[in-house]
Design a protein. Sequence first.
Length: 579
Amino acid sequence: MSSDDRFDHGKDERLQSREVTEGAEKAPHRAMFRAMGFDDEDLSSPMIGVANPAADITPCNVHLDDVADSALESADTAGGMPIEFGTITISDAISMGTEGMKASLISRELIADSVELVSFGERMDGLVTIGGCDKNMPGMMMAAIRTDLPSVFLYGGSIMPGEHEGRDVTIVQVFEGVGAYGTGEMDAEELDELERNACPGAGSCGGMFTANTMASVSEALGLAPLGSASPPAEDEERYDVAERAGELAVEVVEADRRPSDILTRESFENAIALQTAIGGSTNGVLHLLALAREAGIDLEIEDFDEISRRTPKIADLQPGGNSVMNDLHELGGVPIVVRRLLEADLFHGDAMTVTGRTVAEELEHLEAERGLPDDEEIEADFLYTVDEPKQEEGAIKILTGNLAPGGAVLKATGEDQFHHEGPARIFETEEEAMRYVQEGDVESGDVIVIRNEGPQGGPGMREMLGVTAAVVGAGHEDDVALITDGRFSGATRGPMIGHVAPEAAVGGPIGLLEDGDEITVDIPERTLAVDASDEELEARREEWDQPEPAYNAGVLAKYGRDFDSASNGAVTNPGVKRE
């Protein structure tokens, strides 16, 4: 045997992992692999990175080691060389309402950065990217797009609902319970009981909040197989999904099927159509814009409103309704919604998916392989048809006006014809606004304004579930509006308008508001405006001083300097448009 033969493992010449496994000069590299138990068969196989954000800091991610193990084993059986590596996560629910929530959006960027770096540095051939808590999903998908390695997205699944007084409850009822407790509508005993029963085990928050929105969107984009988002975290079917992801990761490497072969303008239009039809989180707007920037695909915030106007809302899940992701799963999952949109010509059936089949072909495959119930067999009070929808338009509304020339985002969880005029109550931080609500000072008609919480001003664009839930819990779901240059949790409901752009920290009009200014919120007209002339606003701008950065060192300072506007996805790495 020649020396060349001894050190040649016969690996496919297309695979970049050859750079660390092939040839006599790579003997030290192979020695390192052998120290970890890899053998000659492994070294001849495609190297599949399994990015796993497992952590004990959130129920969303606490079980992900088990999910990852299923993917690793199946990738190995399918002929791959799976290598697991870790990434960070932040618990949005636990950091909610604290200074720590500023880390949440930054974690999206750091997850993407870390997966990109490991994949690049270790010369991976393909990826399984796993997501649990909210920012894991877009962070992992951003990394897959950046590396453009053959990739499969794998969701960890959602938590089952808890039970309280004979009804299903989720974490959102606990947040709203805090508001009800503050006004005396709920006593300490009931709040304590609610706290102890709302979250019964592992998995991401169960309603159509951000995690389940982005998991559903991963199917619509084609980065995850249809039907993979809805199985619960602790259900055996979740581990079947994980096994399929490992197998598929080897398949996509062998087929050289990359995110750039899957993602198109049509893919993103499908994702938006699904988001608006299921009442998905406003964070989906931010994250889809970021994914499009990474992919170099033209997508603007106005596109969300255009697609939402023509796409009816046909699923009424929490926070607008009472049902959760598992309820949708029992009907057939996201494919049922996709099928209804496709049959109504509201979905691009010829868009490619990670399986190598188009969306339409994938639906046919699912029906042949496991069966999907016919529409006439489906009876559920939360799932509607396109002809008889819950609402004629989708849930996502993009508002503009002299208060938000760069756009603002609202998810309609109630009346679609909402119109509100009221005096601004100005707060420079979320904490100040929370005290105002908890002390019972909020009045019917108020427009609560929380500013300097944008991507740069926060920095990090905190979610405001604590204060929005407190407003609702205090009995003001329909008669008080809240606007901010920060974000909302997917669990937020009521007339809450976020992502106001430009943000206050860069001189946006929200930073020029004064207490008592008359604010108009009009959903039918898509208007967010202040009753002040251009001349008055310009005079205020001349008196305005840009606030000093909240942090001058460390990771928050670094990302605060790098964040783009929310209207562009708050990206720090805008990518390059593909030819």
